[in-house]
Write a protein of this length. Structure first.
Length: 400
């Protein structure tokens, strides 16, 4: 692999893949401010191809992006072209905060906001083995962004109907570049490229395995979890299709997965029914009570949701997210004192938990306790400096 130039003045670059730290337009502007220029596709005058770390460098068809493929061709032809990760570009631009953001860890809630997915979907990915938390404390997951970004990108390709074999071949091509003596395939994480590609292949295997989940009724018919009947023209289930027998012995995990999928799709009534069925098998699982509370909250059944959150923290007193969500619910129910107690409990377990810091500060401002609210907002900015809420916090601190 050719080396990245020392400076960007007079340097021609190209960008491929999704950037994690900024929009492509912003990157082009910043590179221009540093004296460089950006072209759409690498050519023999291009010095560097930057590969974004917001997902694997694959196009909508599951193939290696045209820009990356062209860069490989130029390298094979003897052109001195470097392939570098987004983190190297940020270092050249002096954007230390953005560079730190690529390597920092995010809670479930933070990632859900960044990726625009439901928190329950991220927890579902953890259960399925699609992503692995970098750290877990008091039932609170912390993730590295590139790993989850690659899972989201692969999931979108898979759900869009891109053939899994096509994706696997593309990832295999990336792996081959790592070991063939040519330019290595860029990593989608700060770790070595080979590890990143291997992990993406493992994620793809999980997605292939986790096919549509359907229910087999007593008379042998197929139905979706919401009860919609389906016609079944096969004697054997299709590859990737998992059937769940509708019996009293159904495992709690099956109902739990049905609930997560329903919640992910916005079918909260279906989710409530599934989670209640799971608790009918065994009511000692705090995660099921927590998810049921979230689904009940989503459809405005606040009293029932409070019961579920209380049961979750009764079973698991260290359940940070449950304490925080209980506080949110109590605030909605106009019980601010009890909400503050819940937020403080969450922070006693995880002092840097951004959601609880923000929520407690908001509750204290409503009571006129501005000094502590300021301290909490400053702590929030240290924990979550780049989110949309951080802008709101900075504005409020400036006003106060």
């Amino acid at each position: 692999m050719e080396s990245f130039p020392q400076g960007l003045s007079g340097v021609e670059l190209a960008i491929t893949g999704k950037l994690a730290s900024m929009s492509r337009d912003e990157a082009v502007e910043r590179i221009g401010d540093a004296g460089g220029r950006v072209v759409a596709t690498p050519r023999d005058t291009t010095a560097v191809l930057i590969v974004g770390q917001g997902g694997p460098p694959l196009g909508e068809d599951g193939r290696i992006t045209h820009a990356l493929q062209r860069a490989y061709e130029l390298q094979d032809a003897g052109i001195e072209l470097a392939i570098a990760g987004e983190d190297e570009l940020l270092a050249k631009l002096g954007l230390q905060n953005a560079l730190d953001g690529l390597s920092r860890r995010y809670t479930t809630g933070q990632l859900a906001r960044i990726l625009d997915v439901a928190p329950s979907l991220i927890r579902h990915w953890v259960r399925e083995g699609l992503i692995r938390p970098a750290h877990e404390h008091a039932r609170l997951y912390f993730f590295e962004f590139p790993q989850v970004a690659s899972a989201k990108a692969l999931s979108e390709l898979f759900r869009a109907g891109v053939d899994a074999g096509r994706i696997r071949r593309s990832l295999g091509q990336l792996a081959e570049r790592e070991t063939s003596g040519g330019a290595p395939a860029p990593a989608t994480a700060p770790a070595a490229a080979s590890g990143a590609t291997a992990h993406m292949l493992a994620q793809l295997a999980v997605l292939e395995h986790a096919g549509p989940l359907l229910v087999r009724t007593r008379d042998g018919s197929l139905a979706e979890p919401n009860g919609q009947m389906l016609l079944d023209f096969r004697e054997e289930p299709a590859p990737g299709l998992r059937l769940v027998a509708r019996t009293e012995e159904r495992r709690i995990g099956d109902w739990f997965e049905i609930g997560i999928r329903a919640e992910r799709d916005g079918r909260f009534e279906d989710a409530v029914r599934a989670y209640r069925s799971a608790l009918g098998c065994d009511d000692r699982h705090p995660e099921v009570h927590f998810n049921l509370g979230n689904a009940l909250y989503a459809i405005g059944r606040f009293d029932e949701a409070r019961e579920r959150f209380h049961r979750a923290v009764e079973l698991a007193p260290d359940y940070v997210e449950a304490w925080n969500n209980l506080g949110i619910l109590l605030s909605e129910m106009d019980e601010p004192d009890d909400a503050i107690v819940a937020y403080r409990r969450a922070l006693s377990l995880a002092p840097d938990y951004p959601d609880a810091l923000y929520n407690l500060a908001e509750s204290l401002v409503a009571r006129g306790e501005l000094a502590e609210a300021r301290a909490l907002w400053r702590a929030y900015l240290r924990a979550d400096p780049e989110s949309p809420f951080a802008r709101i916090v900075r504005e409020r601190l400036a006003r106060l």
